[in-house]
Write a protein that binds this ligand. Structure first.
Ligand code: PHE
Length: 342
């Protein structure tokens, strides 16, 4: 009996096995207890020998159990110390970090440069009435410019008598809203999203413009030219970058000019500020008297210039990005390639 239990205790695998052995050996109904009960049937002499022997056996098994239990606790502690360690000298874990999108970055750059020149930032809604987007800007209903702009119209339920709404096709409606809200004089820029149903390498249905508007008593095209040339020099970090003002037509400016900046193509790579090619970057002109009048500004007292520049186009040029669509794919590999994400 003694060897049987001492061996079993030594070989027990866990505390539950040990507890089973304890009950089997020295529990109330265990083998040692059964033997003790048999003492009653023995002669006094036998009892005198067997009694102490059984008590000693019980003590021995109990201390073997206690010894094994302590050894198990030690082993468990060793195991924890071996597995649950912490190397405080390891470098911290790198977490991927968000970064500013190139379009947001360029919008901030453009805004900062023009803010330095005294323009404050104005805003307008992206869902506009057709009056703000077209009529007030001297684009009446039959005007071909409406069709050319590939306008997204919002759906209207039968019986809805609110004016038609469009996703604004340009930031020019902010000219009207600002003139109505604050009157003249004005010196604002209005960066934001605009929408046209168009999609290819250089067009996405959503893109970004920044509108400029300066209204005062004697603002002229010369002021427009100076502001834009200062702006391009600062934005592209090229002193004396050449610009070209080409006569053009917009219903909301008279006269109107499209503005190109100097560039060249070297081995398929675009270089800004050198060579003898031109890249169109914006539309501009003197605000049409009808537009001033529609917005409640007296055209006999006030005049000014306006321009509308493609922000995405500016970002493509500054960072040498050939496909506009990639800006809005949210592909981290692309953002990392151009250094816009870590
Ligand atoms: N709104 C014009 C466009 O989107 C740009 C423009 C703005 C032209 C202001 C002249 C004056 O093409």
């Amino acid at each position: 009996l003694r060897n049987k239990y001492l061996e079993a205790i030594a070989g027990a695998g866990d505390e539950a096995a040990l507890e089973d052995l304890r009950l089997q050996a020295v529990g109330k109904k265990g083998e040692v207890a059964l033997k003790m009960r048999e003492l009653g049937k023995m002669t006094p002499q036998e009892r005198q020998i067997m009694g102490p022997k059984l008590n000693a056996l019980k003590d021995e098994i109990n201390s073997a159990l206690a010894g094994k239990k302590a050894a198990m606790a030690d082993a468990a502690l060793d195991e924890r110390l071996r597995t649950e360690w912490l190397d405080v000298t390891l470098p911290g874990r790198h977490r991927p970090q968000g970064s500013i999108h190139p379009i947001s970055q360029v919008t901030e750059e453009v805004t900062a440069i023009l803010a330095d020149m005294g323009f404050s930032v104005a805003e307008g809604p992206q869902i506009e009435t057709d009056w703000y987007n077209f009529d007030a800007l001297n684009i009446p209903g039959h005007h071909p410019a409406r069709a050319e702009m590939d306008t997204f119209y919002t759906h209207r339920a039968d019986g809805d008598d609110r004016p038609p709404h469009v996703l604004r096709t340009h930031t020019s409606p902010v000219q009207i809203r600002t003139m109505q809200a604050q009157g003249a004089p004005i010196r604002i820029i209005a960066p934001g999203r605009v929408y046209r149903a168009d999609y290819d390498q250089t067009h996405t249905p959503m893109f970004h413009q920044v509108e400029g508007l300066a209204i005062d008593k004697d603002i002229s095209m010369a002021n427009l030219k100076w502001v834009l040339e200062e702006f391009f020099a600062a934005f592209f970090e090229i002193d004396g970058i050449k610009t070209r003002f080409r006569a053009s037509h917009f219903p909301f400016t008279e006269p109107s000019a499209e503005v190109d900046i100097q560039c060249s193509w070297v081995d398929g790579q675009l270089k800004i500020g050198e060579g003898d090619d031109w890249m169109e970057v914006l539309g501009s002109g003197m605000v049409h008297p009808k537009v001033l009048a529609a917005a409640g500004v007296d055209p006999n007292e006030w005049q000014g210039f306006a321009f509308g520049m493609g922000i995405d186009r500016m970002a493509m040029l500054k960072y040498g990005i050939p496909d506009l669509r990639a800006f809005f794919d949210s592909d981290l590999r692309w953002l990392r390639h151009y250094g816009f994400a870590s």
